[in-house]
Write a protein that binds this ligand. Structure first.
Ligand SMILES: Nc1ncnc2c1ncn2[C@@H]1O[C@H](COP(=O)(O)OP(=O)(O)OP(=O)(O)O)[C@@H](O)[C@H]1O
Length: 253
């Protein structure tokens, strides 16, 4: 038994609700969706944390516009609170530098981050998982499964993005994680009142084959990029924001 791994697991087990946000491919908007869910969760009055477990490409500090330093207290690292959300990320330790870890060292780093973060009291923890179905995703799923987490898979409707979703579905279900469904991101935009879906639609046959449902379809919102640059993700993005609120109602209620 690895004591660090056990400590990491027990920390997460104490949280009321845990939402894992996973994706088969990188770049589909997993971090944007996790951050948005966490912001809505905090706005609804839940004590909310957001944990970025992406070792190689952590985006959460950028999305929240955080450049400060984190501090350690008696019980561990104290996650800074930004826009009502407590956030923790490898990005705080490495800044813009690469984290050249492999195999066992990477797993130890993930256990350490889980074990030494002092969340205090939390109602809801949103976890931005590493992308893909590799080693670190499997490790994180095993560390988090005893917390009775619910998972979401973020994908675009493109055939390439969907081609890896099935593997992730099987991985999550094989590890006994409750999979709530898919979030179809960057699914459409509106032009002259016409709804355009540049990547097409998710095939019904695919959904029924894997027993999945699309929980929400999110638009391509050009304001997101601007909002990220100013550290205010959900500011003034009407349709995207209302869809995230509706997604939150479906997954947390
Ligand atoms: N609905 C959207 N509309 C417009 N831009 C979006 C949308 N969702 C995400 N983006 C943009 O797409 C890019 C990738 O998003 P994000 O970093 O969240 O992806 P990711 O899946 O977490 O990637 P990775 O796992 O590789 O870190 C970002 O520049 C983000 O601003």
């Amino acid at each position: 038994m690895d004591p660090l791994f056990e400590r990491a697991k027990s920390k997460i087990e104490k949280v009321g609700k845990v939402t894992l946000v996973a994706s088969g491919k990188g770049g589909v908007g997993k971090s944007v969706v996790s951050s948005s869910i966490a912001l809505v969760s905090a706005k609804r009055g839940l004590k909310t944390g957001l944990l970025d477990l992406d070792v190689h490409g952590p985006s959460i500090p950028k999305i929240f516009g955080f450049n400060g330093e984190i501090v350690a207290g008696k019980e561990g690292l104290i996650p800074p609170t930004l826009n009502g959300v407590k956030i923790m990320s490898f990005g705080f330790m490495i800044g813009e530098n690469p984290l050249p870890l492999k195999g066992e060292d990477k797993r130890s780093a993930l256990s350490l981050l889980l074990a030494i973060t002092d969340w205090g009291e939390l109602d809801h923890l949103v976890i931005d998982m590493p992308p893909g179905t590799g080693d670190e995703t499997i490790f994180c799923i095993r560390a988090l499964k005893s917390a009775k987490a619910n998972a979401l898979i973020v994908t675009t409707p493109s055939s390439l993005s969907l081609s890896v979703v099935s593997r992730l579905v099987e991985l999550l279900r094989g590890e006994g994680i409750n999979l709530l469904g898919l979030v179809e991101n960057m699914a459409y935009f509106r032009c002259n009142n016409e709804l355009i879906r540049p990547f097409g639609s998710i095939d019904e046959g695919f959904l029924s084959k894997y027993g999945l449902r699309v929980l929400e379809s999110l638009p391509i919102d050009p304001l997101i990029e601007e909002n990220i640059k100013s550290g205010r993700l959900l500011e003034s993005s009407g349709e995207f924001r209302s869809k995230i609120e509706s997604l939150f109602d479906k997954i947390v209620g």
